[in-house]
Ligand binder design. Structure first.
Ligand code: PGA
Length: 253
């Protein structure tokens, strides 16, 4: 794992965005794996700026990690709507090239198989953007998810329901289920980029980076991925035992 500790979330987001913009510039048909949540918002703003500055996204394909099960695409809290509002509507992506799991899929198993097949047909994900939940989840792969899991229907933990209640009128309205790419699916991305900001993530970040690989910290599976970069602000990095080494290593020519 390549650990990048920045003074601020702003700096970390811009670094991550620059890598993505560079990948799209170099290979216009780059396949991006995308995440929702507060964490990637600044990164998405920077990609929108890159588009305004001339970067072409017309051949890019995107696959989102997850979607609440039971929410229609136009529901105010659906991840499809989040992506449309915060990124897709502001780039020249072709709508048919943007993929978010269907929260209303009737035959969920068939939908999930098809989602994986579409990722394969696109040539696999080149760069997967990830946040991390305060319980260590990636996508909606909650603690106890199989490290070999594939896209499937999952049940949110009480912690995730409570973390995400801020977006709903009450915790009771937070869906209990989601369709999520699996950890095995995520690990097949050619490059993973995990971003994490703020002190409420410090414990999960430490477990993911410095703890043992365990299904109880799904993000720790990234330790087995050959090309993962973690972008942190100081607060999220606060509990890392080897943070001085990560800084030193990042500064080494
Ligand atoms: P957040 O969520 O970016 O809103 O903190 C991250 C996650 O739950 O994966």
């Amino acid at each position: 794992m390549n650990i990048i500790i920045c003074e601020t979330a702003e700096e970390a987001s811009l670094k991550a965005a620059a890598l993505i913009a560079n990948a799209v510039r170099t290979r216009p048909e780059t396949v991006l794996g995308l995440a929702t949540g507060s964490t990637p918002l600044r990164l998405y703003q920077a990609l929108i700026q890159a588009y305004r500055d001339g970067l072409d996204f017309s051949r890019v394909q995107t696959f989102n990690l997850d979607e609440y099960y039971g929410l229609a695409p136009d529901h105010p809290q659906s991840y499809r709507r989040f992506m449309n509002e915060h990124l897709f509507n502001h780039l020249n992506l072709k709508p048919e090239n943007t993929h978010v799991p269907d929260g209303l899929a009737r035959d969920v198993a068939a939908f999930c198989t098809e989602y994986e097949a579409k990722i394969q047909a696109a040539g696999g994900i080149d760069i997967q953007v990830l946040g991390i939940g305060s319980d260590g989840h990636i996508g909606f792969n909650e603690p106890s998810s199989s490290l070999a899991s594939r896209t499937r229907l999952v049940t949110l933990t009480q912690q995730t329901v409570s973390d995400n209640a801020r977006f709903f009128a009450s915790a009771d309205e937070v869906p209990r289920h989601a369709i999520s790419m699996g950890i095995g699916t995520i690990l097949e991305a050619k490059c993973c980029m995990m971003l994490s900001f703020g002190s409420n993530k410090a414990k999960a970040v430490r477990a993911a980076i410095e703890g043992g690989i365990s299904q109880f910290t799904p993000a720790s599976a990234l330790q087995m991925h050959p090309n993962t970069t973690v972008f942190l602000d100081e607060a999220a990095a606060a509990d890392l035992e080897m943070k001085e080494y990560y800084r030193w290593s990042a500064a080494c020519p």
